[in-house]
Design a protein around this ligand. Sequence first.
Ligand code: FAD
Length: 474
Amino acid sequence: MTSESTGAADGPGDTASAAAAAPQRAGLTVDLDVEICVVGAGLAGLTVALEAARAGANVVVLEGRQAGWSASGHHLGTVMPGFALPLSDLIARVGFDDACELWSLSRAGADYVRAHAAEHVISGLGLTEGVLEVSNVDAGDRLISRLQMLSEDFATEAEGWQVDRVRDTLRTGRYFHAVHYPRAFQIDGRKYVHGLAELARNAGARIFEDTPVVGIDPFGIRKRIVTPRARLRASHVVLAGNIHLGKAMQRLSDTLVPVWRHAAVTAPLGERLAEAVTFHGSVIDTDGIDHFRIVGGDRLIWASPETTWDARSEGQAAAIRRRIRTIFPQLGAVEIATMFSGAIGQTVHGMPQIGRLSPGLWVASGFGRQGLNTSAMAGQLIAGGMLEGDDRWRLFSPFELVWAGGTTGRAAGYAIGLAEQARSAAAGTLARYREQARIRARAREARFAEANRLAGTRPPRSAARRAPPDQEGA
Ligand SMILES: Cc1cc2nc3c(=O)[nH]c(=O)nc-3n(C[C@H](O)[C@H](O)[C@H](O)COP(=O)(O)OP(=O)(O)OC[C@H]3O[C@@H](n4cnc5c(N)ncnc54)[C@H](O)[C@@H]3O)c2cc1C
């Protein structure tokens, strides 16, 4: 097994060509005066830089390590509309109209990624269509109301799948209903981030790697940015450093909970995989535990649940192996070929941090596990805000910068996360138990009816009084 934490490893795609596509790194050694300084060359920073450069601005990106070194180069590449915050919570928080606007911005973010994944823009991203959101519990009613809301109020193509169809496609008893998003898609995420960097350079942005920002003076019309070997002055500074920003703006870093996500690519699984899984898009469960899809014909790429520490890859590989075995026991012992991981920034309220902190100081961070569409949206909103007076970023104002609670708060957050996962696992177990109870009750009734038919008698009154099978175990 090969592995690397937030570094170069075989991610979802063809690493060799992705690495080859990454250009030579150059650090900043001379002082500069620019219009816009972006801190961080992940998905967010690079999209801001690309859009600002396209609009004709003089843009510099400062990256402490390499472009796409962290989560942005180590993700599963699934692109969906929406946010980490569930839609119902979003409506409760900002009201229906603003929730609709925010949702439509998030869809536009997904469309932005799709447009850039076209072969003539960024080549070799291998876009494939369709994402299946599966439920761990028997939640047919909730599914129908969610579907109605998505299609009628939020103009999002979505299709409900009944349990039988889900289980024909994913041969496991663990999942019940599902929502299929035919317009959601997946790409090779590692290549995408390098493609964005190349587009930004071609549009005129200058990207300096190995250039950590160690200090920012955000006051005054011209902001001052300090790096180990050079200083900059800029009219706008965009903080797109995610959880890595550190001392450059500690108060902002403290509003994010760092969360590590590991993912594995299995060794080839041959025919047995085709028998277990016939869906070729991404599968995500509603509790955020499972996220997987088929890659390279007969391998699985599978993300593990999150941790709030940078756990050892070996331990995570074992956890992923166990999880695959729980969901698809028919695959038998699965060998892990490659592990990769990245750290994501989670906000307390579950929505990204997008907008202006003070005149000329902008933030694009906290995208959580749904960073592709949201960082694309943020890039456009912030470039528009800086250069064209577009103030739609204000839609994010209700989601303030909330202190994430330091080390204690993060540990507590993790405990809450574990409790939620345990609760959802228990709900899943209960749902499967109820399903089995209903099947047993139906079989009993059938045997009973058959016995009556053969005996030519009426059912005894005690049996007639029994609850109908659908209510048993409910
Ligand atoms: C295993 C995994 C799977 C995922 N799967 C998906 C998925 O399928 N779909 C999806 O939408 N999202 C997914 N995500 C989430 C997504 O990858 C992130 O939300 C997104 O990459 C965050 O991008 P970012 O630009 O905000 O941050 P980052 O990628 O962390 O980039 C921030 C950059 O800023 C630099 N930086 C920070 N501070 C400084 C400083 N002071 N000076 C200079 N540079 C600095 C860092 O070095 C870093 O390169 C996944 C994440 C992981 C880890």
